[in-house]
Design a protein. Sequence first.
Length: 542
Amino acid sequence: MRLTHALSLIALMLLAMPLALAQEKPVEKPAAKSESKSLAARNFFVYYSGSCIGWQKSERNQFERDGKTLVSEHDNLYVKIIRNLDGQAFEIKGDEWMTMNTDGTPVSQSSTSFDGGQVTKREATFNADSISVSETVGSDPARKATLDTKGKTIGTGYWAFTKLKAEDRLKKGETISFTKLDMDNQALEQETWTVSGSVTRKTTAGKVVEGVEIVTVSGGHVSRNVVDDSGMPVVASLTGGFSLEATEKIPEDFKPEPVEIASAMTSKIVVKDCFKLTTMDILIPFKHDDTDGIEPLCESNSYHDVVKYDDDKGSGYGLRLKAFKLPADFKAPALPLKDLTDDVKRYTTPTAICQSDDADLMKEAARLSKDETDSRKVAENVMRWVYKYLKKVSGDTGSASAKQAYNEKQGDCTEHAALFVAVARAAGLPARQMGGMVYLSQGSQALFGYHAWAEVWLGQWVPVDATVNELGTSARYVMYEISEPGDTAGSSRISRSIGQKIKPQIDAYETEGGTKWRRKDARELKFAIKPETPEKKEGESK
């Protein structure tokens, strides 16, 4: 598994709290091929903020199969990180294979990733005008999908490098774009390479390396790769503060250096009843990095209005977080739901993580929806059941599937979201997983933490957080992404936030009881609705 793909796993790990270590399992390799010829091989150390946290082994070989010359790439990855929220350590292990034609066009691809007690396998076959993709979690049946590639140039990194080199275009300013498979998300992504020219870089170990620097943009992720004549990197700087640096050998007794990744950020402003927030203005200081192919860190939606700022005092995003509560006279559509549009209907089918066709989960859904036609009441029944059913501790898996969470009867926000979505879909309700940040206070402490929750379709998308038993939300959520197969928008936002070590700051808020507060030196931003400037009342502290 390439490290850029592992960043999405790291993001998922940060959503769960606490988290257990991955279990040691053997990596399965494809069936043996005929004699192969080595084209390139390299070992890398993986760094985060200057600390060595893992390794990657990469190799490229040429071989013959059925009278045809093919090229294979194999990446084996190990990363270990300690989370600062609770001191829990977690490991990520990945193994990825890709088979290509000699020009780098893909033939097949497979990966195996290890997340605690859960093993996920993905396979893809590249056809003339389509890609067949399958995903298997644990012992569940494979989930299959077909992606239409007609009219698209499907490539790989090796294809792009080979083409640039053959055309003598490894020169400053040259660019090349192609469509690639994001196997983790079962989606097609546009990737663009821009050649920066010949460069010299100094590694963390002090070694001077030379090569051609290529900047790649794909799925919101940016990497700067210094490659040698084979196209394999010698150093690479990746989204989120991660990097790869070539090394002669990976020690047998490799021990990762301790490093902490901020999965939660302490807030100086404590709102004692955060579940009654109607609005909250926050600042996220951030060095703007959005360009072509990279969306802004935050966008206006039903969770918040967003203003981007950049002046002599700094840059970042101002957000007005909004509550989403259903009115007392809200009329939910009757079950079974009818006339669903395609963009909603797609969230009614089972996935590898949300097994809504599982017999046990279908049985629970039938029990929770029995003789009930009000879709809102069914959604509330499912939410309350998930809240009560799952013990609020993590299992062996950082991001367990719905069925694994059901079997273990415990989990954190990711497991609550997955189980709610699966059972809601089994009950006939479109539902989807969400990812982002949430504000939470308890006693004299408060924080912003990375979080997962869900949305359910009740004639409109309604937030559901089964972790806290809440249908509809108070003004404390920052939405980054829809965490479902096929949805790639926002998938890089958590890793970009990690890389810049963001620290959200509260500037103003208002609660249902009329309590209002605004920081004296709050930045003046023009949101859709300008807040009043109230006096501080009882119920909050700094």
